[in-house]
Write a protein that binds this ligand. Structure first.
Ligand code: HPA
Length: 249
């Protein structure tokens, strides 16, 4: 089966709008169950696979997502290119709510997650290069697609992956800023590295839902506002993906 593109939807994206002839596929993986069924369908003249990272009812928290099963499931169905859509908080001044960003770097602050497929007793250990955590060509294609779709998307930025599900303290964000993080999210890792281990092309489409703790004018972050901004930013995703696919159809 050929799949032109797989999309992993984050918070706010539980179904891919406009996916036609959709059929669900439950994939058995050696790592246990994925977050849910993979939905395969036609979109913009191409075959697209969609998986809701948190489950379709947002029931799987970031630290309990079975990232290995999700990535393995998409690969086993024949996907070779994956876009991870991630809700994030903006740390950089120009990354306020509803900004769309295609990051180019990652710092991983998560813990206790399975970060590799290489942990089976006796299996050969495979070290991989991860200097550039995202696939350059797919990042470029996403940025060009956003431009064609009339969506302003910022090129580059460092995604700091935190454990969640709580948001960060101001001190944690101040430290992340000193470390060089521009964005903060809870699900960017280990998804990116697992995709690399399976030789998948992978890029992140980050949707800013709020200014991270201490970065905006607000004393507290409103969860309702996060979801309102996310709904607005998420509405742009199908247009960007359509432009990406139309360019290659
Ligand atoms: N921190 C971590 N993850 C997030 C945030 C945040 O402020 N906003 C949306 N996802």
């Amino acid at each position: 089966m050929t799949i032109d593109l797989a999309v992993i939807g984050g918070s706010g994206l539980y179904k891919f709008p406009g996916l036609e002839n959709a059929a669900r596929q439950r994939v058995q993986t050696p790592y246990g169950p994925a977050s849910g069924d993979v939905v395969l369908g036609d979109f913009a003249g191409c075959r697209v696979a969609f998986l809701a990272r948190h489950g379709e009812g947002h029931t799987v928290p970031p630290h309990r997502v079975n990232y290995r099963a999700n990535v393995w499931a998409l690969h086993s169905l024949g996907a070779r290119r994956v876009i991870g859509v991630n809700a994030v908080g903006g740390i950089r001044d120009d990354m306020g709510p509803r900004t769309v960003v295609v990051p180019d770097q990652v710092i991983d602050y998560t813990h206790g997650r399975y970060t590799s497929f290489c942990d089976v007793e006796g299996a050969e250990v495979k070290h991989i290069d991860f200097s550039e955590p995202y696939t350059a060509a797919l990042r470029r294609a996403l940025l060009d697609a956003a431009a064609r779709a009339g969506v302003k998307a910022l090129d580059g930025g460092c995604y700091g992956a935190t454990q969640g599900p709580r948001l960060e303290t101001r001190a944690e964000i101040a430290r992340m800023k000193r470390d060089g993080c521009d964005l903060v999210g809870m699900t960017g890792m280990p998804e990116a590295v697992l995709a690399r281990e399976l030789d998948l092309d992978y890029a992140c489409l980050a949707l800013v839902a709020n200014f991270a703790a201490g970065c905006g004018d607000e004393a507290e972050i409103s969860i309702e506002e996060i979801f309102a901004h996310l709904a607005a930013a998420t509405a742009e995703v199908p247009r960007i993906v359509a432009a990406l696919l139309e360019a290659q159809a």
